[in-house]
Design a protein around this ligand. Structure first.
Ligand SMILES: [Zn+2]
Length: 309
């Protein structure tokens, strides 16, 4: 079996203007890195747009209607750092739809794992609010799609982006059959993800890392807290919010991870997935704002997925 790569050129048309860190170059760099010969076995697939029904399983009807009816004549701010322009709706729809298609790929069994290289990212988008560069919460949409389409009882989302996925926690934290775990820098945007935020049934696990923390602290948080909790939850599908902005070179935060740490956490997650859900892993690109570090880290992550496939 192999690994599916879902993407679409629409990811490049979400225009955030001059100087914005969440820029089209991000996906361009990731895809260029995945052109290397070692990635030839990837099954390259088109990310389809999500349906309104898929979006409404995770978001309020008001939020879906709001995003879909925004004027498309020019780029506008939704909040201080979240923008929406002429190409944004198609990009956002295909980010969420690509995540759902990736779930289908691993559930149908023609791919063991899948990586979705789209933007804007998703994990800050709450049930009823776009924020933090994010319009739709791709991971939450995928989790609910896995339940609706495939009847899965337990779906886990884990998140190693340097920022806390407040949106994912907001959407799935009230559902005891869904699980969300995150390691993130604190203090840092958006300020949520405190250890006492435990969800409705201990189904939320938050591990804070202090600015300056690196490989040792990161691996300890996963080894001692997140991986055992994930294993205890015993997911039938594992969704990864794969942000690479905890890299030492990243300009938006102060953690000190290297590519080897992303390889390590990917392999550790694959080991849990192998034990719980025959290796079914869907990974979604979230943050990562140093272009070279992002490309190298995403390549390390996908290489680990491929090695296990
Ligand atoms: Zn981030």
């Amino acid at each position: 079996m192999s690994v599916a790569l879902f993407t679409h050129p629409a990811a490049l048309d979400h225009d955030t203007g001059e100087g914005h860190p969440e820029c089209a170059e991000r996906v361009r760099y990731v895809l260029r890195a995945l052109e290397a010969q070692m990635f030839a076995p990837l099954l390259r697939e088109v990310a389809p747009p999500a349906t309104v029904e898929q979006l409404r399983a995770a978001h309020s009807a008001e939020h879906v209607d709001f995003i879909m009816s925004l004027p498309r004549d020019r780029t506008r701010y939704i909040d201080g750092d979240t923008l929406y322009g002429p190409g944004s709706l198609d990009a956002a729809l295909r980010g969420a739809g690509g995540a759902c298609a990736a779930v289908d790929a691993v559930m149908e069994g023609w791919a063991k794992a899948a990586f979705v290289a789209m933007r804007p990212p998703g994990h800050h988008a709450e049930a009823n609010r776009a924020m933090g560069f994010c319009l739709f919460n791709n991971a939450a949409v995928a989790a609910y799609h896995a339940r609706a389409r495939w009847g899965l009882a337990r779906v886990a989302v884990v998140d190693f982006d340097v920022h806390h996925g407040n949106g994912t926690q907001d959407i799935i934290g009230h559902d005891p059959d869904l699980f969300y775990a995150s390691s993130h820098q604190h203090p840092c945007y958006p300020g949520t993800g405190l250890p006492h935020e435990r969800g409705i049934a201990g189904n939320i696990v938050n591990q804070q890392l202090a600015p300056g923390a690196g490989s040792v602290e990161f691996r300890r948080a996963w080894q001692e807290f997140i991986l055992p909790a994930l294993r205890g939850f015993a997911p039938e599908l594992l969704i990864i919010s794969a942000g690479f902005d905890a890299h030492a070179m990243d300009p938006l935060a102060q953690l000190r991870l290297r590519e080897a740490d992303f390889t390590w956490v990917t392999e550790a997650l694959l080991a849990v997935a192998d034990d719980c859900c025959p290796g079914r892993v869907v990974s979604l690109l979230e943050g990562g704002y140093d272009l070279d570090a992002l490309a190298a880290s995403a390549a390390a992550h996908v290489r680990a997925l491929l090695r296990a496939a």
